[in-house]
Structures are given as structure tokens and as C-alpha cells.
Design a protein around this ligand. Structure first.
Ligand code: BES
Ligand code: MN
Ligand code: ZN
Length: 497
């Protein structure tokens, strides 16, 4: 694995960060002109004769605006370093002091960018073709002052967690199905004393009344599994958080089958579950003081066959609310409905879900961004702040009440598509989900423990941000691991308070 070493190494490739002005005054200025290196953000110049890599840092937004992403993102700078070195044999580098302000968190993002962009899903490649590089990252004296042991431990835990998330998102659907993923969860958490893993099988899901999960997963040779991982804090419980991830290990669309173009890459439809798996793994490694963390994901495969669920079926969800199926390809929200209402029975302070839920989210915010919605202004703001600080592209998406009637049913409480069809489909999907965190809607009296409550909840539609289909920007192809860093940091903040 890549590692950060709190020492210098003059033999290592020296990485220098330069802004425009420094490039103009540099002893290398003629060479830089030749290499068309002007010190702009996302420019790099590898000068092997000087054992140096020069990285540009000047960022000039074209328009004056308040977009918090209009600045140098250190994770991307790190990825630029690894991508520039791809194809060379170099894997020992030393980071040197950048001009301007630079803190420990910036170093963490920079190092993770290098480590993650150097990693590729190579499992099925011949060794000779495998591209993964494990970097040894040395630090100059300035950087060493930032790199406390705890920071290095955090970098390693996050690198490991993001690699886990990206690996399982990239795994082919036959390798990673509802049964294999459940076994992997058990194996990954086995070493941790404070972690409880509970796996519910099809009989238990049936008897709990989780028809959303069971209908969607019914036509698969691998029946659904509900994964429930609990992280116990070292001290008294002051906060309880439920993290929920969509876990469709393959989305063929079901009877409303996808076309070839849309089906390819649907192995990634469990990226929400994989994201929360990564977050839970990182936090298990780093430990929590007063926060009890629950990760819940229903893993199921949306397939076709004689056992397929059908458009026209009416499903009674765990909450008792009924949903008429209009399209078997809108399966994620049916599984999430059950899991969200199940999560409310633990009386959490916060519920956050991540899901590759709609193509509409990609249309609205692009393949780079996550669409963030929710029902609680304070929770929304605290998550947006963290995502922005981490440089993980996330845009707030309001859920207007005026669109709620679009998901209302005729012979049932709700429908699983919307009367607007795919228009604003990420928003109507969000509105659909919101019914399942508000216990006032629940019809099943058994799970309305005590006074019904509308739980603070945020929904992340990661359909675009979880997976790159093209070499898009600076990350690698396939699973990105985006959101793992921000969600882990957000839980840690709550654990501090
Ligand atoms: N998993 C897909 C959404 C998706 C699309 C994720 C592209 C990543 C990339 C989801 O289950 C789906 O099929 N959604 C439909 C919903 C529609 C039938 C209402 C969609 O977005 O088209
Ligand atoms: Mn689908
Ligand atoms: Zn799906």
C-alpha cells in the first residue's frame, strides 16, 4: 500500500508547487516556456534532469462568483501528480512546501489524491499490464511539521477505506452479489471488538414485512441480504447516526429491462452501500468517542425471470405504506423505503443515505457532482459545508412541496415513478423517500415506537459522482470513492461536539 513517511529523501522525486508569479521568476523560466508550463492549476512539468516535478497552483475563475469549488482542490492536485507519473517507473516522491497557506487537512487531501489516483482495479489484468502504483511519500521539513502521527493514521485509514469502496464498486456482478458482499462485510469487521455485524436473510426480511427489498430481489439466484453494522463508541452514547446505502448489486432494470447502453456499468448500482461500507470501515479503524453509528444496506439484484416483480404490482413496505409499481427500473427507492423506515426504529439523531438513484441527477448536476437534498436545514448545511471543505463536488437541490403530488398513488399511497416521468426525477425520487423517514405516515403500528417523529434526513443522489465512464477530470475510470472522505469527516465532527 502507499505510505507517508515523516522524513526527507533527497533521492526521491522532488515535487514543487508553483504559482504563476514564481514560474515567471524561476531559474527554469526558459525551460518552462518551452514546456508550456505557466503555473496554472492542473498544469504539470516533469523535469527528470532536475529530479523534479513542478505543479501549477494559480487558479483564476473567469467570473466573480461565490462558488466554493472555484479554488485549488488539493485532492485533485494529488491526483494530477499521480496521473503525470503514470507510465513512468517513479513511485518515491517528496512533497515540498507550497507557497501560501497550507495546513494539515490540505496535506491529507494531497496525499490521498496521490494514493487514490495511483490505484487501479487491476484484479483481472495481467501483471505486466497492471497500472497500480504504491507510492512512498516523503516530506520536507515544512510538511513534516503538519504530519502528526494521528494525521498519518487518518490518511492510511481513509486510503484503505476508499480502496475498499472502489474495489467493490468495480467488481463484476457475479463476484459481488448479495451473498458475497454480506460475507465480505463480516470478514472486514471481524478484527474490530466494538463492531457488531448482523446479516438478515430472506426469511427474516419476509417476516419483517420488507416487501420493497423482497420484490426487487426476488428474480435473482442470490436472494437479498440486509446488512446492519453497528459501531459502538468508547464512551457514553451522545449521538446516534444511521448511514444507509442503496445496494443493488446489479440493475438490469427488471422486466422494464434497460437497453444495452444503459445496462453496461450497472454493477455500480451498489455504490451507495459501498460508500457507507468505506465510511464504517474508516471509522472502525479510527474509533468513535460518543457516537453510535449504524450502517444499513439492503443488497439485492434486480433481475428478470419467472419470479420477477411486475409493473402493476402493489407493494406493502415495511412502514405499511403501499406503493404501486409503475416501472421495475425504479427499484432503488423501493429497497430504500424499507431500510429508511427500519432505521427510524433506532431513533437516530440523523439519517443520511447515499444512492445511485436516478439518471436525472446526472442530467441535473453532471457526472462530477452529487445532488444533495433533505428535510432538515441544519443537517443539510452541516453536510454541504463538509463536502465543500473536502472538495467533493456536491450541489444542494431543493425538494419543492409542490411536486409531492407527482408521486401520489391512485390505488395506493405512492407510485414508484412520477407523473412528470423523468423530468426532475431526482427531486421526485427524493420526495418519495421522504415519506419513509416520517413516522407520521407509517401505517404499521408495530414500528411506531412511542411518539411518531419526522427524522432529520439527508439524501445524496450519487448516480453521477460515484462512477466515471470517461477519464473525466483527474480521477481514474470506474469507481471514484467520492463521498467517503466527506461522510467520515462529518461523523468525526459530530463525534467531537
Ligand atoms: N440505477 C438507476 C439510476 C442510474 C442511472 C444510476 C445511470 C447511475 C447511472 C436507477 O435504478 C434507475 O434505473 N432509475 C430510473 C428511474 C425511472 C425508471 C423513473 C432512471 O433514472 O431512469
Ligand atoms: Mn433501475
Ligand atoms: Zn438502480
Amino acid at each position: 500500500m502507499s505510505q507517508v513517511i515523516n522524513d526527507t529523501n533527497s533521492k526521491a522525486l522532488q515535487v514543487h508547487f508553483l504559482a504563476e508569479q514564481a514560474v515567471k521568476n524561476h531559474a527554469n523560466k526558459a525551460l518552462f516556456r518551452q514546456l508550456k508550463f505557466a503555473g496554472q492549476y492542473k498544469q504539470a512539468a516533469l523535469v527528470l534532469e532536475q529530479n523534479s516535478l513542478f505543479i501549477g497552483l494559480s487558479f483564476k475563475p473567469v467570473a466573480k462568483n461565490a462558488d466554493p469549488f472555484c479554488k485549488v482542490q488539493w485532492y485533485e492536485v494529488g491526483a494530477k501528480i499521480a496521473n503525470t507519473l503514470e507510465g513512468t517507473k517513479i513511485k518515491t516522491i517528496e512533497l515540498t512546501k507550497p507557497a501560501g497557506s497550507f495546513g494539515a487537512e490540505d496535506l491529507q487531501r494531497l496525499a490521498l489524491g496521490i494514493m487514490q489516483a495511483g490505484w487501479h482495479y487491476d484484479k483481472y489484468l495481467d501483471n505486466k499490464k497492471a497500472k497500480t502504483k504504491h507510492y512512498t511519500i516523503y516530506l520536507d521539513s515544512f510538511m513534516q511539521k503538519l504530519a502528526k502521527d494521528s494525521l498519518i493514521k487518518e490518511i492510511e485509514a481513509l486510503d484503505d477505506a476508499m480502496r475498499l469502496t472502489r474495489t467493490i464498486v468495480n467488481e463484476p456482478p457475479e463476484d459481488l452479489n448479495p451473498h458475497t458482499v454480506a460475507k465480505l462485510v463480516e470478514a472486514e469487521f471481524k478484527p474490530f471488538k466494538n463492531v457488531i455485524v448482523k446479516i438478515l436473510g430472506e426469511q427474516q426480511l419476509e417476516s419483517l414485512g420488507m416487501q420493497g427489498v423482497m420484490f426487487v430481489g426476488r428474480a435473482s439466484r442470490y436472494q437479498p441480504r440486509l446488512v446492519h453494522v453497528t459501531l459502538k463508541p468508547s464512551g457514553k452514547v451522545k449521538n446516534r447516526i444511521c448511514l444507509i446505502g442503496k445496494g443493488i448489486t446489479y440493475d438490469s432494470g427488471g422486466l422494464d429491462i434497460k437497453t444495452d447502453q444503459h445496462m453496461k456499468t450497472m454493477k455500480m448500482d451498489m455504490a451507495g452501500g459501498a460508500t457507507m461500507f468505506g465510511v464504517a470501515k474508516a471509522l472502525a479503524q479510527l474509533g468513535l468517542k460518543n457516537t453510535e453509528l449504524h450502517w444499513l444496506s439492503a443488497f439485492a439484484e434486480n433481475m428478470i425471470g419467472p419470479d420477477s416483480y411486475k409493473a402493476d404490482d402493489v407493494i406493502t413496505t415495511y412502514s405499511g405504506q403501499t406503493v404501486e409499481v409503475y416501472n421495475t427500473d425504479a427499484e432503488g427507492r423501493l429497497t430504500l423505503a424499507d431500510v429508511l423506515s427500519y432505521a427510524t426504529t433506532f431513533k437516530p439523531d440523523y439519517i443520511v443515505d447515499a444512492a445511485t438513484l436516478t439518471g436525472a441527477a446526472i442530467g441535473a448536476v453532471s457526472e462530477r457532482f452529487t445532488a444533495l437534498m433533505g428535510n432538515d436545514a441544519k443537517l443539510i448545511d452541516s453536510l454541504l459545508d463538509t463536502f465543500r471543505a473536502e472538495g467533493e463536488y456536491t450541489l444542494y437541490t431543493p425538494m419543492p412541496e409542490s411536486l409531492r403530488e407527482e408521486v401520489a398513488g391512485d390505488i395506493s399511497d405512492l407510485i414508484n415513478t412520477s407523473k412528470l416521468d423523468r423530468m426532475a426525477g431526482h427531486i421526485t425520487a427524493g420526495l418519495f423517500l421522504s415519506h419513509f423517514v416520517n413516522q407520521n405516515n407509517f401505517r404499521n403500528p408495530d414500528i411506531r415506537l412511542g411518539k411518531p417523529q419526522d427524522y432529520p434526513w439527508v439524501h445524496l443522489d450519487i448516480a453521477g459522482s460515484a462512477f466515471n465512464n470517461s477519464k473525466n477530470g483527474l480521477e481514474t475510470n470506474g469507481a471514484t470513492g467520492q463521498s467517503v472522505r466527506s461522510l467520515a469527516a462529518w461523523v468525526q465532527q459530530i463525534d467531537q461536539d
